[in-house]
Design a protein around this ligand. Structure first.
Ligand code: NAP
Length: 261
């Protein structure tokens, strides 16, 4: 159990599957009360029971579509009304759309940007203000290794994750003087529901390099507790992320395109 987080309250978005569920399990194991947010109420309920039985911490669930424009505010107000102060914000909910952008469904693309960019930013704005006042808190923002180069066939998604990377790293500088941490986690390929939702069959390269969501969550939480600005999950992904800025962006876009097909 990590003494830093014992008795703290952690809010995890996208907790009904994949990395979000593992963030919740690991934070509960550290002694946190966890608040689980996603749309699928039955999945949240099953995880609530699992975590409570294993770790005996308080677990709250909020079934909510975070794409709705007023959702972050409703969530914030609901927790305030319950007297809950959030010490740890895990901004994890997100999804991708695979395929040529010019053929994409605009409504799905817009909803993706609403979730991956707007809701993440709005939640951060709401909860960071409270953390600054209390001079304590941790924010983890889940980006992607797609943030480091233009990524054909994931064009809008990868660009949204570049936003998360730059936003989170700037925030890291702004918040550290107030005793609040902001850390960006950049996972590479991870075995979750992500590829089914995105509509991509995993390539041989992706299957070969895929990490487990539990390992990625562990790397993210460790970096968050050390108040690092950014962490890339896994040595192969870290090497690719370090290499990308040394090359021209079009060169990297060509490599990314080959890796995605
Ligand atoms: N897996 C990868 O290879 C990979 C790589 C790089 C980055 N990432 C990032 O990692 C994060 C977690 O994804 P994952 O891999 O764990 O995928 P996942 O298993 O599909 O989990 C995504 C989570 O987001 C929630 N979500 C989706 N739409 C939502 C909405 N409108 N409102 C509220 N919650 C919503 C989903 O729950 P409901 O459907 O129940 O709402 C689910 O809990 C995402 O930000 C993703 O972009 C993943």
């Amino acid at each position: 159990m990590n003494p830093l987080l014992r008795g703290k309250t952690a809010l995890i978005t996208g907790a009904s599957s994949g990395m979000g569920a593992d963030f919740a399990r690991q934070l509960a194991a550290m002694g946190c009360r966890v608040i689980l947010v996603a749309r699928r109420a039955e999945k949240l309920q099953a995880l609530r029971i699992e975590i409570f039985e294993r770790h005996a911490v308080k677990v709250d669930t909020v079934a909510m579509d975070l794409c709705a424009a007023d959702a972050p505010r409703r969530l914030f107000d609901q927790l305030k009304a319950q007297g809950l102060a959030v010490d740890v914000l895990i901004n994890n909910a997100g999804y991708a759309l695979y395929g040529e952008f010019a053929r994409s469904n605009w409504e799905r693309c817009r909803a993706m940007l609403d979730l991956d960019v707007v809701a993440l930013t709005h939640l951060t704005r709401l909860f960071a203000a409270d953390m600054v006042q209390r001079k304590s808190g941790w924010i983890l923002l889940v980006a992607s290794t797609g943030a480091f180069q233009p990524t054909p066939l994931y064009a809008a998604y990868a660009a949204a994750k570049s936003y998360v990377l730059y936003f989170g790293e700037a925030l890291h500088h702004e918040l550290r003087q107030h005793g609040v941490g902001a850390t960006v986690l950049c996972p590479g390929v991870t075995r979750t529901e992500f590829f089914d939702v995105a509509g991509q069959e995993m390539t041989a390269f992706q299957r070969l390099t895929a990490m487990t969501s539990a390992d990625v969550a562990r790397i993210g939480l460790r970096a968050m507790l050390r108040k690092r600005s950014c962490v890339v999950a896994g040595p192969v992904n870290a090497a690719i992320a370090a290499f990308a800025p040394l090359m021209s962006r079009q060169f990297m876009a060509g490599i990314a395109a080959r890796m995605m097909r």
